[in-house]
Every structure is written in C-alpha cells, then in structure tokens.
Design a protein around this ligand. Structure first.
Ligand code: LLP
Length: 445
C-alpha cells in the first residue's frame, strides 16, 4: 500500500505531536501520516483497534543506543514487545536480546536470533524455561534466587558450562510507579546487597564448576527519568565487585545495569536523557573502579520501552459518546484488554482525533474502553473536539511497548493486530486474534 502525503504537511516537532514517531506528519485533511502512511488508511485496511509500529523509529532508537553506548552491550528487553519483525530489526541493528521466558527465547532463536547474544531473566524460571535455555544455548542466564544455583548447575550437568550473572538489589528506589520499582529490598527480585545475601550467593556460584560467573546484574525499575538512581546503584554494585575481587581474587568482566529508561507519554513530560545517562554511567564506573583498584567491567544495558514504546501508535474507532454526571465519556472499540497500563499504573495518555478536521471547540472528555467494568478507562480528562462522535478515529501515541505484550483475552474481544509502517507502505506483523482462536483453545465439554 502506498500513500502520498498531502504536500505542505508539517513535521511532528515542537507541537502536540512531540511524543509521536519522528516520521509523523500532520496532513491538511486532518489525517496524520506515520512512516509515510496515512493512519486512516491503516484503520480502513486492517480494522480497529490496531497497533501501528514505525520500523524506522525502532531502528533509529536502536542506533541511538549503540551510538550513546559504543563500548556497552545493548540488549533489547523483549517483554516490551516481541514479534518476528522486531527480532529481525534488533538483530540487524546489532543489539542483543533480554528474554524472560521459554516462549520469548524460542520465538527469538527460531526466528534466527543468535542465542549467544541472548540473556535470560526470571525470578521464577520454570523447568521448561531452563531446559529451553540450555537446549538452545542461551548466552547468559541471570540467577535470581539462591535455590536456582544448584538447580541450574545440576541441569547443566557435570561436563557442561553455562555463563551466568547474579541479579542484585542495590537498595535504591526509582521508577514510575510502585509496581515497577525493583531496586529495593522487600520486593521479589534480586539478592540484597545490604543483608549479605548477594555476597553469599556469589560464593555459592563460584563453588559450582559448571557455572561461569560473568558479572552482576541490577535492574532498579521502569519508567525512570533521572540519571541519579542509576549512578547510585552502579556505585553500590561496584562495591560488591571490589569485595568479590578481595575475597575470591577474581575481577568480573561485566556489569549489567538493566533497563527502565523512561519516555514521555504526553507532550511536556520528561524523558531519561540518554547521553547524560551514558556519560554519567561511564564516569561513575571509571571513578568507582579506579578508587577500588578494579579494571572497569564492560557495561550491559537492557532498554525495552525506550526502543519500541515511542514507535507505536494505537488506533481506535469511537463507538459511543455519552454525556452523564457532567462528564463526557468517549467509548472506543478497545480498552483495558489492549492497554491495561492506565488501570495498573495510573498511566496517562494523549489521544487525538484523526481523519477529519473539527471546527468545534475542545471539550474535556474521558476515553473509556468497551469492557465490562467502570475502571476500563484509557485516558481520563483529555481535550478532544467538542463534536467528537461515533465513527471518529482516535489515535494514541507511545503504544509500542507493554501494550500488545500485555494484552489479554478479556471479554473475548481479541487482541488487536500489529501493523508495521515504513517508507510509505504498511504490512501486517501480527494478525488480529479471532473468535476461532478462542474457540480453538476451548477443547473441553
Ligand atoms: N531488564 C529487566 C530485568 C527488566 O525486568 C525490565 C522490565 C527491563 C530490562 C526493561 O525495562 P524498560 O526499559 O522497558 O523499562 N509493564 C510495565 C513495565 C514493566 C517492566 C518490567 N521489567 C509498564 O507497562 O510500565
């Protein structure tokens, strides 16, 4: 499909399209183009709701990371969004992959991703996760609990070897919501630096000849917009690396600082400054290692949201507009089954009317979904044209990460398709979930 955008269209910068993909163009007819494709055409061709993913935005973001962190390993966190196209783009752009299940790993490796460039996480890895990791030859497994050490060593067998890291908890609180903060004790991830359990686990790993400890890992949370918590965590983890050198006489070659890099969801919101993060982490690593007399380990980072989030836009069709209790509710054909983030984390979005120009004055409205609960709110108190009506299309930017990957089968609505846009054409990456899919899984009577 090829779309010629209306001449004289404006670029996205410096206006209310600031959080949209760089390729976004406003068209004279009220439509919006992304990747050279008019969004109304995507809606017509593929139906709604539909996730749209701008391939060049994803690739550009991969490149920006590699340019900012030329000496580090950049591992894309698959949990943000994974499908075969994304696997290929990330591989082409030279990134590694962070997976947290046999499913993510199997999809990646069977799509041609080199297993040695994959790191596997999980606070509760199932036997199937570990069996798949070992069978497919995953590069690194991140140990996240003491019981995993002997279990993994036994699974590797007496003659095998597996490269591992240990996930540690530095005692630093950061992240966009309580549910996505993982840097402190008292939550399920990692082994504490403060109470000595990280150090104890290191000794146990080193006593297993099959396990090769490559470094320490620390992911303090998600949707973090400040550099400072990363620097504070890095200093603490380097402290443990120095103790390991003192006690065991080994210098660990890698330090994985995880992901969590925050992005703006609405114009004017802060983003984590990537070049500041790179500069400060590099500086802090050099100085902490110099004062401990350690050779600086290689940095590893695991961005997820910041790679795919801002590359995605989700399109909905308005089904009903209701004025009640002094409020305007704009109900669309999706909801918490394609985006649970507002319900889970109170996430705020900036939806926009596309497909027509409205002469009407803006009104304050709440965009709600079609699911059977009052909490199915996609965007509360947003400005939309006062004449918003059934049949209109709404587009919500920053829908590339933790939307499709967290989508559910609630109310058997079916998960939306994902469509890639690039160079003026659109192609289906993931098809819509249909009633046949639901029926096919329902095998009992
Ligand atoms: N590394 C590890 C070990 C992680 O657990 C995560 C995310 C990442 C990297 C990537 O974090 P990112 O750069 O994408 O922030 N569902 C939540 C986010 C949960 C993040 C879980 N772990 C949301 O929608 O905000």
């Amino acid at each position: 499909m090829t779309t010629v955008l209306v001449p004289g269209t404006t670029a996205a910068d410096a206006d209310d399209l600031a959080v949209w993909p760089v390729s976004t163009r406003r068209q004279a007819d009220g439509d919006v183009g992304v990747g050279g494709v008019a969004l109304t055409e995507v809606a017509h061709r593929f139906g709604t709701p539909v996730y749209v993913l701008d391939e060049s935005e994803v690739r550009a973001r991969c490149r920006a990371y590699r340019a900012a962190f030329p000496d580090a390993h950049v591992m894309y966190a698959a949990k943000a969004l994974l499908c075969r196209a994304v696997i290929r783009w990330v591989r082409d752009e030279g990134l590694g992959l962070d997976v947290c299940s046999a499913g993510e790993l199997e999809l990646a490796v069977t799509s041609g991703f080199p297993p040695e460039r994959v790191i596997m996480h999980g606070n509760a890895k199932s036997p199937r996760d570990l069996e798949t990791a070992l069978r497919l030859g995953v590069g690194t497994i991140v140990i996240d609990s003491p019981s995993e050490i002997a279990r993994l060593a036994a699974a590797v067998g007496p003659h095998g070897h597996q490269r591992v890291m240990l996930r540690v908890t530095p005692g630093v609180s950061a992240g966009g919501h309580e549910k996505i903060r993982t840097g402190t004790d008292g939550q399920k991830f990692g082994l504490s630096l403060a109470d000595g359990s990280a150090e104890h686990a290191v000794a146990r790993i080193l006593s297993q000849p099959q396990l090769r400890l490559a470094g320490l890992h620390c992911h303090i949370g998600s949707q973090i917009t400040e550099v400072e918590p990363y620097v504070a965590s890095l200093r603490r983890v380097v402290g443990l690396m120095a103790r390991i050198r003192d006690v065991h006489g080994i210098a660990l070659p890698e330090l994985d600082m995880g992901g969590g890099h925050g992005v703006p969801y609405r114009p004017g919101e802060p983003a984590l400054d990537l070049s500041a993060l790179a500069r400060e982490l590099r500086g802090a690593l050099a100085s902490a290692c110099a004062s401990a007399g350690l050779d600086a380990p290689r940095l590893v980072i695991e961005p997820g949201r910041a790679i795919t989030g801002p590359a995605g836009v989700v399109l909905y069709r308005v089904l009903a507009v209701k004025h009640t209790g002094g409020q305007v509710f704009v109900a669309v054909d999706g909801g918490m089954s394609d985006n649970p983030r507002p319900a889970l984390y109170g996430a705020r979005y900036a939806p926009r009317l596309i497909g027509r120009r409205s002469p009407a004055k803006p009104t304050t409205a709440t965009v709600v979904g079609r699911h059977c609960e009052a909490g199915d709110v996609l965007a509360a108190d947003v400005e939309l044209p006062g004449d918003i009506r059934p049949g209109d299309l709404l587009a919500v930017p920053v829908a590339g990460a933790y939307h499709l990957s967290m989508a559910s089968g609630y109310n058997m609505v079916g998960r939306p398709p994902m469509v890639a846009v690039a160079d003026g054409s659109a192609r289906l990456l993931v098809r819509r979930e249909t009633l046949d899919d639901f029926r096919g899984r329902d095998v009992g009577e």
